[in-house]
Each structure stands twice: as structure tokens, then as C-alpha cells.
Ligand binder design. Structure first.
Ligand code: SF4
Length: 140
């Protein structure tokens, strides 16, 4: 027999390990993989053939599909995140300096000049390039 309390604790550990990547599972088509079902046909329409060019491949773009982080999110509030660094509560976060922004933070995941991009502190969400939170780390 299984112990419901132990089972619940194990489930919580598992979900914690999955972290933000759990939200990506449906996108990866992992759900519904029972092994008994035939592979689902691709839902995407084949892309038309691109004309041949000599242009160098571009760097991968940042994921602009991420939902914007809500400043009222519990973690955002705990870390004092603001979309506009000028709105930082400097009494609560005296370590903040006017030169600190998401765009010069090592944890900002923009590939080049995006206004909104991911942040490793907030998986699955995008933060503003001109924002700030107390996890700010100077970009090398
Ligand atoms: Fe912005 Fe860096 Fe905080 Fe992420 S960790 S919200 S990039 S300051």
C-alpha cells in the first residue's frame, strides 16, 4: 500500500525538480505518449522553400513568446522587481544603483536589443530591459 503523505511529498519533489520546464511539456508533445498510440501527424503546414541566399545565418532570436512577468507575482514582489528600474523601492533595496538594469544583468536572456526577454530567475516569463530586481548580477 502507498502512503498518501509520502506520495504527496514525492510528487512535490518531482514537480519542484521539473520547475519551469513542466510548462513546456505540452509543447514538446510529451503529454499523451503512452506508447500505445500512433504518432500524431504534424499540425504545422510545411514552410515554402526559402530562396537560396549567401547571407550568413542569423543568431537565434530571443523567445518573444514569453508572457510578461507581473510585478504582483509573489517572487517578483519578494525580489522587488519593477518593469522600470526608476520605480525601485530604494529604501527596501539600498543596494540598487541607477546603473543597474535588466539589460546589463548577467541573468537577462536577450539575444540583442529586445525590450522584453527571459530571465533565469523567472522561468517562462519575460522581464523588461529597463527593469530591475534584487537578484541583479553585473553582466561580464
Ligand atoms: Fe532583471 Fe537580472 Fe532581476 Fe532578471 S535577475 S529581473 S534580468 S535584474
Amino acid at each position: 500500500m502507498s502512503n498518501p503523505t509520502r506520495s504527496l511529498a514525492a510528487r512535490r519533489r518531482f514537480l519542484k525538480l521539473l520547475g519551469g520546464s513542466a510548462a513546456l511539456l505540452p509543447l514538446a508533445g510529451i503529454h499523451g505518449c503512452s506508447g500505445d498510440e500512433p504518432a500524431a501527424p504534424s499540425r504545422s503546414t510545411p514552410a515554402p522553400a526559402a530562396p537560396a541566399t549567401d547571407a550568413a545565418p542569423k543568431a537565434p532570436a530571443a523567445d518573444v513568446s514569453l508572457a510578461r512577468l507581473n510585478e504582483d507575482d509573489a517572487t517578483a514582489r519578494a525580489l522587488g522587481y519593477r518593469h522600470d528600474a526608476g520605480q525601485v523601492d530604494t529604501a527596501r533595496f539600498p543596494q540598487f544603483t541607477a546603473e543597474q538594469f535588466c539589460h546589463n544583468c548577467a541573468l537577462f536572456q536577450a539575444s540583442g536589443g529586445e525590450e522584453w526577454a527571459g530571465c533565469t530567475i523567472f522561468p517562462g516569463r519575460s522581464v523588461n530591459a529597463n527593469g530591475w530586481c534584487s537578484a541583479w548580477v553585473k553582466k561580464a
